[in-house]
Structures are given as C-alpha cells and as structure tokens.
Design a protein around this ligand. Structure first.
Ligand code: NAD
Ligand code: TYD
Length: 351
C-alpha cells in the first residue's frame, strides 16, 4: 500500500496517527481527510503540513460522491478511518449527528472503497478505528473486555460506533472487503479537545474553575497514552490479520476521582501552587445519563500476536500531558474562547 487515506486526521488521535505515518513512511502518500468540525483543528498537525508526502483534503465522509472522487483522484489503496463524532455528552444532546457521521459516514467510505477496488483486494486494506465503549459496561469484578465480548452499547455514541463496526464486518463478509477493526480504551495526551475529562480539568484548574465530577466519581476508565495508540495502529495496519478484531488498552484502570486527584497534584506542582490547593475545585454534579460504570480492556491478543505493548507508564504519561497543556496555553485558548465557551457553559448550567 502506498496511498493511504487517513480520515479524522485533524482530530486528537488522528493527528498523532498522521504525524507518525508522515514521519515514519516517506514512501507513502498520506491523504488526511477531515471535515474540520468543532473537534478538527489544523493546528494539531501544523508541524507536518509542508511534508512532501502529505496532503490535506477538507471533506465530509458522508458525501459519497466526494468520497468516490477522492478514492479515484489519489488512487487510495489503504484506509485508516478515525473520523467520527466522539463525545458521549454531545451524543446525549444530539444523537442524529452521531448516527449520520459515525454510521452513514462509515458506510459511505466502505462503499467508496468497494467501488474503487472493484474486487481487486490485493495489497488493500480498510482499517476501522473503534472504541471499547461498544462492549457496554463492566462491574467491579476484575473482568475485562476481550475480542469475544458481546456488543452492548449504552450511549448514542457507543451505539453509533457499534453500528459502524457491524457495517465494516458486513462488508468483509458480504463483499470480501479486506478490513480490520480495533477497539481501544480511553486515550489521553496532547491535542485532545478540552471537552474530554483530562484536558478540561487541566484547563479548569489553571483558571481556578470548578471541576464537574459526574455522580460520585467512582466510574472506572482504562487510560492509554495516545502515542501508544498510534503505535498500535501502525502495527495493526501493517500486520493485523484481515477480517479480525484487536482490543487495544493500557491495563491501566483508574476511578475518575483518583485520576482527578493525580491531575490536581500534577498541575499544582507544575504551577508551583501549594500542595492540594486545587482540591477545593472538585464539584460533584448530576451524573451523566446511562453512565457506564467501568471499562477495562484485555489487550493480550495484540501483545501475543503482534508484540505491541504500551511503552509509557501512566505516571510519566500524565506528567508529560499536563506539562504539554500548560506549555501550550495558546492552543487551548484558541479553542476555549468563542463558540466553545458558550457551549461549555450551557452544558454545565444544564446539569
Ligand atoms: P476527535 O473528536 O478528537 O476527532 C474527530 C475528527 O473527525 C475531527 O478532526 C473531526 O473534524 C473529524 N470529523 C468529524 N466528523 C467528520 C465528517 N463527517 N467527515 C470528516 N471528518 C469528520 O476524536 P478522537 O478522540 O481523535 O477519536 C478518533 C477516533 O477514535 C474516533 O473514531 C473514536 O470513536 C475513536 N476512539 C477514541 C477514543 C478516545 O479516547 N478519544 C478511544 C477509542 C476510540
Ligand atoms: P470522557 O473524557 O468524556 O470519556 P468517556 O465518556 O468516553 O469515557 O469522560 C471520562 C470519564 O470522566 C467518564 O466516566 C465521565 C467522566 N467525566 C466527568 O466526571 N466530568 C466531566 O466533566 C467529563 C467531561 C467527564
């Protein structure tokens, strides 16, 4: 494969994947296709925008005719599909957009790939990036999501991702389209949109704003450093078995409240605040509707078959992440002013 279409490359995870592929594979042509929704930001990838093997295309994956044109124009032979609506709270407010982009958009890409490849699947691959949230929620019982766990999505976001996964498998089974799917746990790291827990809380601490903890803060998430996710995507894109699914996770479970205390301690330390100063910002608010209790990924299949493991310990990852957000305040301010501020205030007031 040489001409690789990466969708959603101006978003959080996509920007790390684009950066890795552009830098690591000078022989590939990387086409980054993104609609630049509120979550897409070209500043996330401005370090590689002039690379000779990189092209940016602003387009909506739901626009099927445009997808056909792009597959033909760039003679696409590999797809890494990350473009999606990705925030659970937004999906509760506006499920239609999630069904449209995540389901119909994925279908439009699958159909364009099928059309362009026209039965010749040699050295071609459609890699769909999904989430562990499709598996639903675990109890506090030490069990994990494996690749055999049945789908049981609870939020409109996870329902839309589950649906897109089913379409990908349907195209593999019905048309022989060469596909691979991965389901990853919560990512953290630089360039994450500050509606998600970690960047939101870092920014709020910096500005002395309340930290809205949903419910009792006892929900558990399994956190993976985003660059490790991008490394896994590289390995699976090149060596993952076609028609197969791989779980990606950090074996790194935290209750929200414990994680929040680590974030507070790290931000206070790096800003030179007295220890524990920002603990008072913790504000318990109404729980998220349908809030999944616990996610935990068993990524042993990926480790045993393809040799991937997370490279970074959480303590180091969170330290790097907090330092990055504090050092890149302009990036944060550019996003959190204007439209976002109004949206965030309305979400917060509605609780
Ligand atoms: P993000 O919201 O930061 O970025 C999404 C990107 O997709 C943005 O650049 C946006 O402009 C683009 N986009 C949205 N709708 C589009 C459309 N109709 N056409 C073209 N581009 C469009 O999301 P993220 O956190 O980087 O997640 C990327 C992918 O990884 C998603 O598929 C998500 O479900 C999955 N995922 C995310 C996590 C996580 O913790 N963030 C974990 C597992 C899986
Ligand atoms: P989030 O970053 O939205 O990811 P996801 O819902 O996909 O796991 O949220 C992570 C956890 O933090 C989740 O349990 C919800 C919780 N949370 C809060 O308690 N307060 C917040 O303001 C946000 C955004 C999330």
């Amino acid at each position: 494969m040489k001409n690789i279409l990466i969708t959603g490359g101006a978003g959080f995870i996509g920007s790390h994947v684009v950066r890795l592929f552009v830098n690591k594979y000078p022989d590939y042509n990387i086409i980054n296709l993104d609609k630049l929704t509120y979550a897409g930001n070209l500043a996330n990838i401005n370090d590689i925008e002039n690379a000779p093997n990189y092209t940016f295309v602003k387009a909506d994956i739901c626009d099927f005719d445009k997808m056909l044109d792009i597959f033909a124009q760039y003679n696409i032979d590999g797809v890494i599909h990350l473009a999606a609506e990705s925030h659970v709270d937004r999906s509760i407010k506006d499920p239609f957009t999630f069904a449209k982009t995540n389901v119909m958009g994925t279908l439009s890409l699958l159909q364009a790939a099928k059309h362009h490849w026209n039965g010749d699947f040699e050295n071609r691959r459609f890699y769909h990036i999904s989430t562990d949230e499709v598996y639903g929620s675990l109890e506090f019982d030490g069990t994990f999501f494996t690749e055999q766990t049945s789908y049981a999505p609870h939020s409109p976001y996870s329902a839309s991702k589950a649906s897109s996964d089913h379409f990908v498998r349907a195209f593999q089974d019905t048309f022989g389209l060469p596909t691979v799917i991965t389901n990853c746990s919560n990512n953290y790291g630089p360039y994450q949109f500050p509606e998600k827990l970690i960047p939101l809380f870092i920014n709020n601490i910096r500005h002395g704003k309340p930290l809205p903890v949903y419910g009792k803060g006892e929900n558990v998430r399994d956190w993976l450093y985003v660059v490790d996710h991008a490394r896994a995507i590289d390995v699976i894109f090149h060596n993952g078995r076609l028609g197969d699914t791989y779980n990606i996770g950090g074996f790194n479970e935290w209750t929200n409240i414990d994680l929040i205390k680590v974030i507070i301690a790290t931000v206070d330390r790096l800003l030179g605040n007295p220890e524990g100063e920002s603990l008072d910002l913790i504000t318990y608010v109404t729980d998220r509707a349908g809030h999944d209790l616990r996610y935990a990924i068993d990524s042993n299949k990926l480790k045993n078959e393809l040799g991937w493991e997370p490279s970074l310990q959480f303590e180091e990852g969170i330290q790097k992440t907090v330092a990055w957000y504090l050092e890149n305040q302009k990036w944060m301010d550019d996003i959190t002013s204007g439209e976002y501020e109004t949206y965030y205030d309305s979400m917060y007031e509605n609780r």
